[in-house]
Design a protein around this ligand. Structure first.
Ligand SMILES: Nc1nc2c(ncn2[C@@H]2O[C@H](COP(=O)(O)OP(=O)(O)O)[C@@H](O)[C@H]2O)c(=O)[nH]1
Ligand SMILES: [Mg+2]
Length: 394
């Protein structure tokens, strides 16, 4: 995913985690479910479609890349095994996310290209140890690239080792795989069709549900290069498919934020101006209690503080409002006022300090969580707008 989208998901998740207490649990759980769904998405979440080339030694991975590039960018070898350094052929205007992906995959040779502005190809080193294959693919490659183009040599397309040891174990990631049956210049048209069908059948047997096989001749001994244009056209369509997916991801996150904010009633204002309202009510109460210690004053003061709590409980929305009402019933307010009156020093400042300790500070903490959440939410909303502008998502 591109850095922006991943960061947006992080920002939304942070807002979700801080919404506890302010939004209903059901809404929070649903928001988290949608975030998890996006995180599970495999592939590079950037503007560029990242395609890794894979296949047995000598099948023609480097030749396919050269044919796509229209020039020799990758070393092609008749000699085997050809230990070649991995290579990335990436659009000149690529996102930072690609650089990080290449760092992670330890691909240091990077060629900038202007041929396909939205597609990057990775010519990977041959994976020679079968033991490492599955782990490397599943942990390091498949989660981060959009597609793996597996190149097949027609002389070896039936190779049991390749099917059983390499392909079968990753068949559950079949959506990410496409296949190039290379070197068709060595085959007749009929042979090409037969082998293509045979290959598709073996792949189905391996567990690939709808294997896509492109017949190509990337580096023919005689005649023109074949099938590469069709392959590139297909990948160009995938770029569009991916764009749609990214826009959808951004819109999804925007919807999560919207719902969370509505459920927590923060769109009407994340900040309830608690400090000055509390200070006013507290100072007035402290002064009145010092001036007149009668039961009437005590009653008035309790009413004033209860009114403030009731008003706040309405303003912060039902979830936090309910906690406020539950945690600050009349009895707690009465106790706080009586405790303030029971203290030794009987001047307004001392009473005010005691009201802070019993009521004001704990109330502030409760409301601070909501303000913190509202600020985080607002930050995530800004990030959404920025990304929408960048991706042209509607
Ligand atoms: N006849 C023919 N030979 C090819 C074709 N593509 C690649 N080769 C040859 O196959 C050999 C291995 O190719 P290479 O691209 O280095 O394979 P890699 O090891 O998978 O990168 C080289 O000798 C290429 O010239 C093709 O379409 N037709
Ligand atoms: Mg090669």
């Amino acid at each position: 995913m591109n850095r922006g989208v991943l960061e947006l998901i992080d920002a939304v998740e942070l807002a979700v985690s801080r919404s506890t207490g302010s939004a209903p649990r059901r809404v929070i759980a649903e928001a988290q479910r949608r975030i998890d769904g996006l995180r599970d998405r495999r592939g590079h979440f950037g503007e560029v479609l990242v395609v890794a080339l894979a296949g047995g030694t000598g099948c023609g991975k480097s030749s396919v890349l050269n044919a796509i590039a229209g020039e020799d960018v990758a070393g092609v070898s008749v000699l085997r095994p050809h230990t070649q350094t991995p290579l990335a052929w990436i659009p000149r205007d690529h996102s930072e996310g690609i650089e990080r992906l290449l760092d992670d995959l330890e691909i240091s040779q990077r060629l900038l290209q202007d041929v396909l502005p939205s597609i990057a190809f990775l010519d990977l080193p041959d994976i020679d140890s079968i033991a490492d294959w599955h782990r490397q693919m599943v942990e390091h490659l498949l989660p981060h690239v959009d597609a793996v183009l597996w190149v097949v040599d027609p002389e070896k397309y039936h190779d049991e080792v390749i099917h059983e040891e390499f392909l079968s174990p990753v068949a559950s990631f079949g959506d990410q795989f496409l296949f190039a049956l290379n070197k068709i210049d060595r085959l007749s048209a009929e042979e090409t069709d037969t082998i293509r069908e045979d290959l598709a059948a073996s792949l189905s047997h391996d567990g690939f549900k709808r294997p896509l096989v492109f017949p190509v001749a990337a580096d023919p001994e005689f005649g023109p290069i074949r099938g590469i244009d069709e392959l590139v056209e297909f990948l160009a369509d995938q770029v569009d498919v991916k764009r749609v997916a990214i826009s959808k991801a951004i819109n999804d996150m925007a919807a999560v934020l919207e719902e969370l904010g509505s459920a927590a009633h923060v769109w009407d204002g994340g900040f309830v101006d608690y400090r000055s309202r509390w200070q006013r009510a507290r100072d007035l109460s402290a002064e009145e209690l010092v001036a007149n210690q009668g039961a009437g004053t005590r009653h008035d003061v309790i009413c004033r503080l209860e009114d403030l709590i009731a008003a706040l409980a309405v303003e912060v929305g039902p979830t936090l409002g309910q906690s406020l009402r539950e945690e600050y019933p009349s009895s707690r307010v009465e106790q706080a006022v009586d405790a303030a009156l029971a203290g030794e020093a009987q001047e307004p400042a001392a009473l005010a300090a005691r009201l802070d300790a019993t009521l004001g500070d704990p109330l502030q903490l409760l409301l601070w969580h909501r303000a913190h959440f509202a600020a985080t939410l607002a930050g995530a909303v800004v990030a959404t707008h920025q990304l929408k502008a960048r991706h042209g998502a509607g």
